[in-house]
Design a protein around this ligand. Structure first.
Ligand SMILES: *Cc1c(COP(=O)(O)O)cnc(C)c1O
Length: 408
């Protein structure tokens, strides 16, 4: 028999390779595809082992709320891709955000966050954290002087997402993490819109990255999940105990689905980014479109920053149709291929009207401050052929040629 084949050092290989091979742990059966360990617990060979494992004196699995072999493979593959030392996978993106924030904060601490934020994240920062004595200040994320001015001696965390939902603003990760570190605080980045393929916040100074794996990581609209990534010290000494004791863990079944999805993540993001760019170009020349926001276009307000910080414009396009809500609704209702749904990162192209769905809860003033107009639509480019999507949009926009809508 030949000596056992050596595993390559995946750290030095490219993302596409890491996404296929990273974190693969084979069982005694030598299966080629990752095994699904759909189990709550683990049997010990003897009482002494049970004691040692519970104490952490011996490596090995104890209970799937703490860790599980399939979930561990997902965590390891994601950590490799992100360039993080460690990770903990969660039941949803919101479980990742809530765990990451709650585990690092205590009463008396202060958080600075960007205003333009996923609705549920805004709830956590504005409504939930104050109930536990954590104050917060919201700033315009593009304005570095506002970040600086908001810092207090008690500021422990800065929190942001970039590009933002739904207007696709881009924030300067290197500059904002520098402000955090100068004040002894940390930067947590929700990297959902960029994906780990197009932006690596840890390389720009962030301390912790969170994802909703529900989006591009699953990529086919099936499972909910999330993940928290950072240094070994942060994950093992600050996040892990909170995670293990409060139970935001990911189902092994969902972790298994995500492992298979990760194998195609780089390919999908590449293709969906090309499609989003073509759609953005088509829309920006269109007679019924007032404004197109796409991070990959040279007319994006932070185009220079996008070049420095991102490896592509991403899979989302925001655009404003002339004629406000009636026009936006007429276009949405006229689409036949593009699906109306508030999700994103799916193989199917999805469109939503943020003002009445994802951002419904905000006051008219708050919507205006974020640029969420009545004519704004957010499109998540899927895996269909770009030409078919453009034809669908073109046909739907033609409804606005009717005078009663154009006159609005
Ligand atoms: C979807 C999303 C979340 C929440 O993720 P869930 O998996 O739905 O809990 C958080 N942040 C951003 C930017 C998102 O798009």
């Amino acid at each position: 028999m030949n000596p056992p084949r050596q595993k390559p050092d995946l750290k030095n290989l490219h993302p596409a390779t890491q996404l296929v091979h990273g974190g693969t742990t084979r069982s005694q059966f030598g299966e080629t595809s990752e095994a699904l360990f759909l189990t709550q617990g683990f049997a010990y060979p003897d009482m002494e082992t049970a004691e040692a494992r519970m104490k952490g004196a011996e490596p090995g699995f104890v209970y799937s709320r703490y860790s599980n072999p399939t979930v561990a493979m997902f965590e390891e593959r994601m950590a490799l891709l992100e360039g993080a030392e460690a990770a903990r996978a969660t039941a949803s993106g919101m479980a990742a955000v809530t765990t990451a924030l709650m585990a690092q904060l205590k009463a008396g601490d202060h958080v600075v966050a960007a205003k333009a934020m996923f609705g549920a994240c805004l709830y956590v920062v504005e409504d939930l954290l104050p109930r536990f004595g954590v104050a917060s200040t919201l700033v315009d994320g593009t304005d570095l002087s506002q970040w600086r001015a908001a810092m207090r001696p008690q500021t422990k965390l800065l929190f942001l997402e970039t590009p933002t939902n739904p207007c696709l603003e881009v924030y300067d990760l290197a500059a904002i993490s520098k402000i955090a570190h100068e004040h002894g605080a940390r930067l947590v980045v929700d990297n959902v819109f960029a994906t780990p393929i197009l932006q690596k916040p840890l390389q720009h100074g962030a301390d912790c990255v969170v994802y909703s794996a529900t989006k591009h990581i699953d990529g086919h609209g099936r499972c909910l999940g999330g993940i928290i990534l950072g240094s070994r010290d942060l994950i093992e000494n600050e996040i892990h105990n909170f995670y293990k004791q409060t139970g935001p863990c990911l189902s092994p079944f969902n972790a298994w689905v995500f492992l298979k999805s990760l194998e195609t993540l780089a390919l999908r993001i590449q293709q969906q980014t090309l499609t989003a760019a073509r759609i953005a170009d088509f829309l920006s020349g269109h007679r019924h479109i007032l404004k197109v926001r796409y991070p990959g276009r040279p007319d994006h307000p932070q185009a220079e920053l996008v070049k420095r910080q991102m490896m592509g414009g991403g899979t989302l396009v925001a655009f404003e149709v002339a004629g406000g809500k009636p026009a936006a609704y007429a276009v949405g209702n006229q689409l036949s291929l593009i699906t109306i749904a508030n999700n994103l990162g799916d193989a199917k192209s999805l469109i939503t009207h943020p003002a009445t769905t994802t951002h419904q809860r905000l006051t008219p003033e708050a919507k205006a401050a974020l640029g969420v107009g009545e004519g704004l639509l957010r499109l998540s480019a899927g895996l269909e052929d770009a030409a078919d999507l453009i034809a669908d949009l073109d046909a739907a926009l033609a409804v606005l040629d009717r005078e009663e809508l154009a006159a609005e």
